[in-house]
Design a binder for this molecule. Structure first.
Ligand code: TXA
Ligand code: MG
Length: 334
């Protein structure tokens, strides 16, 4: 297939427009397999700084660098002292392009704005034909966080990026709904051994199998913003319950006068409650979760009652995001 046929009519024109915008120092909405990103050309420091302003994100929360599949990661990163480069190479070979971010030492070619001044940087190669084509045409990586305002639900469609960020993005490339639906897994390759910083699109157990050793659990102060307590949150309150409890809990809340929505595994919604969605397995939960949480706000619901996803595999990333969406919110102005 030619690239045009693979990408669909009009895609090449849209990509050229996005490349021009990035070269002018503007920001674009970038489709990936996980969630949409808010992207700047990685070497444009002013554009990278604008990402933080547009998201309302504290400067200390570093951005992920997205590489073309054909790019040489050694141009941008190097293994930390004491960590074998074989681990980086094995994981990149097994999972790129794909939803795995590797945190390792940055080279000076990555501006310090991207990493909030840290010596380390997260890199991944996204598994989406539009993203790959854009990176090839641009000729350098993009720095991109998820394209939501800080603390809010990540967008999984081009329309959600527009709704979230409006005119702050010059171009939103429409790559359709994201097929994974939750962010990449983040693994830090440090001297102490590979550490899981955020569960995501590739299950930790699958990564451990490639490494031949289990991943260390992250500890200490929150280093990824996804490690803060409240994050990924819609306006509606989120309540996570066992699958068999969804109907009872939703009915109770509705009886107390709340506007309630449910995300279930299979049980019907009680009368007076909005059925936001049903998810049969962990992959379907992941793919649909963020859109459903946005729908809860579009319906102006007060509460969403969500059936806990199955454990293991992608279920761990879904449960992580749900726990953070359900966490107590900081008081306004706090
Ligand atoms: O799937 C994804 O990873 C999406 C798509 C757009 O690629 N991106 C994404 O970016 O989720 P963001 O910025 O929303 O989340 C990246 C997380 C942040 O919590 C950040 O703090 C953490 O990665 N991170 C990035 N670089 C890091 C580093 N050097 N050390 C520790 N954490 C890092
Ligand atoms: Mg994010």
């Amino acid at each position: 297939m030619t690239p045009d046929a693979a990408l669909g009519d009009g895609a090449e024109d849209a990509i050229e427009e996005a490349v021009r915008a990035l070269r002018r120092g503007e920001l674009i909405g970038l489709p990936t397999e996980t969630v949409y990103g808010l992207a700047a050309a990685v070497t444009n420091r002013a554009a990278v700084r604008r990402i933080f302003a547009v998201k309302g994100r504290p400067a200390g929360h570093p951005l992920i660098v997205h590489l073309a599949a054909a790019d040489d990661p050694a141009r941008w990163v190097q293994p930390p002292p004491g960590a074998p480069s074989a681990q980086f190479e094995a994981l990149a070979a097994a999972f790129w392009p794909g939803p795995l971010t590797l945190v390792t030492l940055r080279r000076p070619s990555v501006p310090s704005e991207v990493t909030g001044g840290r010596p380390t940087v997260g890199v991944r190669s996204p598994d989406h034909p539009l993203a790959q084509r854009l990176l090839e045409r641009l000729g350098e990586p993009v720095a991109a966080p998820s394209a939501n305002r800080f603390g809010r639900v990540s967008p999984t469609t081009a329309a959600d990026v527009r709704a979230e960020l409006g005119d702050a993005v010059a171009v939103v490339l429409d790559g359709g709904p994201c097929v994974v639906g939750v962010e990449s897994t983040i693994v830090e390759l440090g001297a102490g051994g590979p550490m899981l910083l955020r569960p995501g699109g590739i299950p930790a157990e699958v990564i451990a199998e490639v490494l031949g050793r289990p991943l260390l659990a992250a500890e200490g102060p929150a280093r990824a913003s996804g490690m803060l307590a409240s994050h990924y949150a819609p306006d509606a309150r989120v309540v996570v319950v066992e699958p068999g409890e969804v109907g009872r809990r939703a009915a109770e809340l509705a009886a107390a006068g709340r506007r309630v929505g449910v995300i279930t595994r299979s049980s019907p919604a009680p009368a007076g409650v909005v059925l936001l969605g049903e998810a049969a397995d962990a992959a379907e939960y992941a793919r649909t979760l963020y859109r459903r949480l946005r729908e809860a706000d579009e319906h102006r619901l007060d509460v969403v009652v969500v059936a806990a996803p199955p454990r293991g595999g992608l279920g761990e990333a879904v449960l992580d995001r749900l726990s953070k969406a359900a966490a107590p919110r900081p008081a306004p102005g706090a």
